[in-house]
Design a protein around this ligand. Structure first.
Ligand SMILES: Cc1ncc(C[n+]2csc(CCOP(=O)(O)OP(=O)(O)O)c2C)c(N)n1
Length: 284
């Protein structure tokens, strides 16, 4: 256990008091501290939204880019410098809506990144429109009759696309969430942690009370995280009981493992021949 203060900074935070993002931020700091991760070795990448502001409030490297586009940036950064620990912070709209195509590509590539999705089931920054994870019937100012279709299930999506590490956390269970983040960061491939995040301003259905009444931890003694079909079954539980923990973990071969150009080190540390580069550019 070590000090989280090294990741603190004094950037002004305007999240609503009580926002679930605070719990997630604290869990991230705690996991980095427990892993004794030097701030200069951590890169946080994000897109646009309240969740995407998370890296502002951490003392480490960060890249805050375009809505939905955090994963391609993180992919490039990992190829350039394999020694960086990269955490991608996205909201559910940012990741499963605007960035959905990039999520599919990231799942297939299996680059060694950790994706933390702050899933409040609503577009928070733009003041409360439905997102891909809003449940059918969820009423907003833009959907006054309620959302007319079923929600996307990001966990079954990731499982069906061959993801090697799929977990769900809850912003009200900070110790548990920080353990999940540590496991996800240690996993040598693409890891998804979908985090149930309370939005106290724009989602009055999925409140702390709602989750406290339903969330349960996967049974450490009996739950087998290498059973894909069991993982899919648990990922589909929602109405009365909502599981949190590592739903699925398997050994995979990451994109960078054995990739020839990376055998002599990260790309940034290698010399290159401009003539060869010119040849490649001219060929395309
Ligand atoms: C290409 C593009 N489309 C739409 C927007 C407007 N926009 C900004 S944030 C946002 C939604 C953010 O919701 P979410 O990702 O769930 O994050 P939250 O704010 O809830 O944390 C939208 C639609 C934008 N900035 N860029």
């Amino acid at each position: 256990m070590s000090d989280t203060k090294q990741y603190d900074n004094d950037y002004e935070n305007k999240w609503c008091p009580g926002c679930g993002n605070f719990g997630i931020l604290n869990a991230i700091k705690k996991s980095l501290a427990d892993m004794q991760m030097p701030p200069e070795k951590v890169l946080m990448v994000s897109g646009i939204g309240q969740a995407a502001k998370n890296p502002h409030f951490l003392q480490c490297n960060f890249f805050h880019g375009l809505h939905g586009r955090a994963l391609p940036v993180a992919t490039g950064a990992k190829l350039a410098d394999q020694d960086l620990t990269i955490l991608v912070n996205m909201g559910d709209g940012d990741c499963y809506g605007e960035g959905g195509n990039h999520l599919l590509a990231a799942l297939r590539r299996n680059i060694n990144l950790t994706l933390l999705v702050h899933n409040n089931m609503v577009y928070g920054l733009t003041k409360g429109q439905a997102s891909p994870t809003s449940r059918r019937g969820f009423v907003t100012k833009a959907q006054p009759g309620g959302v007319a279709y079923d929600a996307c299930n990001p966990l079954t999506l990731a499982l069906s696309q061959g993801a090697g590490f799929v977990a769900r956390g809850y912003c009200g269970e900070i110790q548990h969430l920080s353990r999940l983040i540590k496991e996800a960061v240690s996993y040598p491939g693409f890891s998804l942690v979908d985090i149930l995040q309370v939005c106290i301003s724009f989602n009055n259905v999925n409140t702390y009370q709602f989750y406290n009444d339903r969330v349960y931890k996967l049974e450490e003694e009996t739950y087998k995280a290498d059973d894909l079909h069991q993982a899919i079954d648990r990922a589909m539980e929602w109405e009365d009981k909502i599981p949190i923990g590592i739903l699925y973990q398997k050994e995979t071969r990451g994109y960078t493992q054995g990739l020839a150009p990376l055998q002599s080190g990260s790309l940034f540390s290698q010399t290159y021949d401009p003539e060869q580069v010119q040849k490649v550019i001219s060929a395309v």
